[in-house]
Design a protein around this ligand. Structure first.
Ligand SMILES: [Zn+2]
Length: 412
């Protein structure tokens, strides 16, 4: 790849991560934060400069645009990336730094004495001698998913400047992926007409994902009976104790901390309570659709048995499907996935197929009928202050995008 593109890619990435765009799970509107709209506006201007067509930024901060095809019969391909960074207990403001990694531990922040230790992050050893973008230790980096935005934006320029053959290319930048794929669920596929699409939203060089969890969220609401303790005997029903009885029904070994690979789990994520009321939140995850449905049923059965145990408590339960396994939407045509392996092969990248213990925007889009597999950004340690992005891996991620488009145009 020639030098101007390498610089453009890096500059774009640093520009996008500098826009604070953390999503806010407490805000039910989409977008959940104004920073995401600010990033969408910046990208809207840049898409105009790139000369794209049908640029639209809607009220949900969903930004879509089209680069019209120049090759007959080439498929139309979409690229979807998310605007938000994950809300975790870190600063929402990203201060990225590019360091030439010489090996050993990395000091992210001298003042606060924050280090990335090689002993805790042995993956660093693969990148000795490379330029790497790190955080300053106080925030995530936001390579999830701004590495993808930089990748797609740079690709749009290259396709035009080099007059490369391609079908219609559509891009969609969507908000609030991290808090339930809210943006991609609102993406109007009538305005995003493509044969298939990709997200670029997983980690290390070579990763390819077309299997994700089926995901659901459960809210248990428990109303007890309050009483003054002087006259509480036989009267008071403590919703906190009802909640612990409910939680005890779930296998302690089927939790995120005890499972891996293709194993599913239940995950209690929140408990708010007072003497009168307790609200519990739980996530359900499973790759297998049948087992996922069984887990939902198990949660409902647990409520019934706790109701029988505490007949004077009022217990309500609400189960919501959040996203589905991409693999369940796969028809006979696996070409969009095969293209990823062909591209990796051409680029001498060893593919690493991963069943992702999470979801992507593709999980929401695939269930709507748009097959959307996922490939690597090149970054490590998403969702933590240890997130880092080796720039050569980001270049490879862009080369994947360009190669997929090239292979697709040739078969077209
Ligand atoms: Zn992401």
């Amino acid at each position: 790849m020639t030098m101007p593109y390498v610089n453009e890619l890096k500059e774009r990435f640093l520009r996008y991560v500098a826009v604070s765009s953390e999503s806010n799970p407490k805000n039910p509107t989409v977008p959940s934060s104004e920073g995401q709209r600010a990033l969408a506006r910046l990208l809207e201007e840049e898409l105009k400069e790139l000369g794209l067509e049908e640029i639209e930024l809607n009220e949900h901060a969903i930004l879509t645009a089209k680069l019209p095809g120049n090759a007959d019969n080439a498929p139309s391909i979409g690229f979807v990336a998310h605007l938000d960074t994950v809300p975790v207990n870190l600063s929402p403001n990203v201060k990225a730094q590019v360091l030439h990694y010489e090996g050993g531990d990395v000091c992210l922040n001298r003042e606060l004495d924050i280090w990335l230790r090689l002993s805790e992050h042995p993956e660093l050893a693969d990148y000795v001698g490379q330029d790497i973008v790190f955080t300053d230790g106080t925030s995530v980096l936001g390579a999830d998913n701004k590495a993808a935005i930089a990748n797609v934006m740079t690709m749009l320029g290259i396709m035009q400047r080099e007059n490369r053959p391609h079908g219609d290319i559509r891009v969609a930048f969507v908000p609030d992926e991290e808090i339930g794929l809210c943006g991609s669920k609102l993406l109007d596929l009538n305005k995003f007409k493509v044969d298939f699409a990709y997200t670029i939203d997983c980690c290390a060089l070579g990763e390819i994902v077309y299997e994700t969890f089926n995901a659901g969220s459960v809210v248990f609401s428990i109303d007890g009976v309050t009483a003054h303790p002087m006259s509480a005997k036989g009267v008071l029903v403590n919703p906190l104790l009802v909640a612990t009885d409910l939680m005890a029904r779930f296998d302690r070994l089927q939790t995120p901390e005890h499972t891996e690979g293709k194993e599913g789990y239940w995950w209690f994520t929140e408990c708010t309570a007072n003497a009168a009321r307790c609200t519990l939140r739980m996530n359900i995850r499973d790759f297998d659709r049948v087992r996922y449905e069984e887990r939902k049923r198990f949660a409902l059965d647990a409520v019934e048995s706790v109701k029988a145990q505490h007949s004077r408590a009022k217990i309500e339960v609400q189960v919501t499907d959040v996203y589905n396994n991409i693999a369940d939407s796969l028809g006979d045509d696996r070409w969009p996935i095969d293209l990823l392996y062909q591209a990796a092969d051409r680029l001498n990248i060893a593919p690493n197929t991963i069943a992702m213990r999470g979801g992507t925007d593709g999980s929401a889009l695939s269930v709507k009928g748009l097959l959307t597999p996922n490939y690597f950004t090149g970054a490590h340690n998403f969702h933590s202050n240890a997130e880092f992005l080796p720039l050569p891996s980001l270049h490879k991620s862009l080369e994947m995008t360009l190669t997929v488009l090239d292979l697709a145009a040739k078969r077209g």
